[in-house]
Write a protein that binds this ligand. Structure first.
Ligand SMILES: [Zn+2]
Length: 251
């Protein structure tokens, strides 16, 4: 059994049992990201969440998991006040981060677009990779806006992961030169869909990443191990790329 990398998790809202389960299944790398576990009234509250994300990454070491850290302002977690303070803090931490994220758009309001754009340009100042949230609604207008803003940013598309994709938008994302994140979670892709997406696009296997988005929502912490198992059974050549190496190279 080989080691795997879950490229999008939220360990701060999972328990240590999950870390042990993942580690036993060979998921020894994760990228744990800032998200929207609660509404943030102030920048201080958001910074407290970022500290929690960083401290759970330290806990993961006890379970033999190398947890990379991504911080950023999620579109559903824009603080009521103090946004500029939060972005200044993000800028000051940039060189220590493995990623900026998750950032992106939920409804594509003007405020969301502005915050997304600012963070992409911030990441570009130090060539830090970003993980971009796309909404569960699969609203085509929001997805097109995400692609447009990401394309117009100063950050190289090689450093951008457009995440939570399923069959519907993966080709559009790959055509723009971005990396495509496939999230295997109830309401997003199933294990079978992820396997189909990857095996039908072997020529792009160096730009596809599999993840669980394990969060407070119903999740499968073994998603990456299950996809790896199915791909390995089929003898898929680039299995290790999509369940580990692409993420290791990026983060
Ligand atoms: Zn997430």
């Amino acid at each position: 059994m080989f080691v795997k990398f879950d490229s999008h998790v939220h360990l701060d809202v999972r328990c240590e049992d999950d870390m042990k389960t993942m580690s036993l299944a060979g998921i020894r790398y994760v990228l744990t990201l800032a998200h929207d576990p609660m509404p943030f009234r102030t920048a201080e509250a958001l910074l407290g969440h970022w500290e929690a994300v960083e401290s759970t990454a330290e806990t993961a070491v006890d379970y033999l998991i190398d947890a990379k850290v991504g911080l950023g302002v999620h579109p559903r977690a824009i603080p009521d006040e103090g946004l500029e303070l939060a972005l200044e803090h993000l800028e000051s931490k940039l060189s220590d981060l493995d990623a900026v994220g998750e950032i992106g758009l939920e409804e594509a309001t003007d405020e969301e677009v502005k915050v997304f754009r600012e963070q992409l340009d911030l990441a570009a100042t130090e060539d830090v990779p970003v993980v971009v949230h796309t909404p569960r609604s699969r609203d085509p207008n929001v997805i097109s806006k995400i692609i447009e803003v990401a394309r117009d940013s100063d950050l190289h598309p090689d450093l951008i992961v457009i995440d939570h994709l399923n069959e519907q938008y993966v080709d559009a994302v790959l055509a723009e030169g971005f990396n495509a994140g496939i999230t295997v979670q109830p309401g997003k892709a199933t294990v079978e869909e992820a396997v189909e997406i990857v095996t039908n696009r072997a020529e792009h296997a160096d730009r596809i990443l599999i993840n669980s988005d394990a969060s407070r929502a119903l999740s499968n912490v073994l998603a990456v191990a299950e996809v790896a198992f199915e791909l390995e059974k089929r003898g898929f050549d680039a299995t290790e790329a999509v369940v580990r190496d692409n993420a290791l190279q990026l983060f």
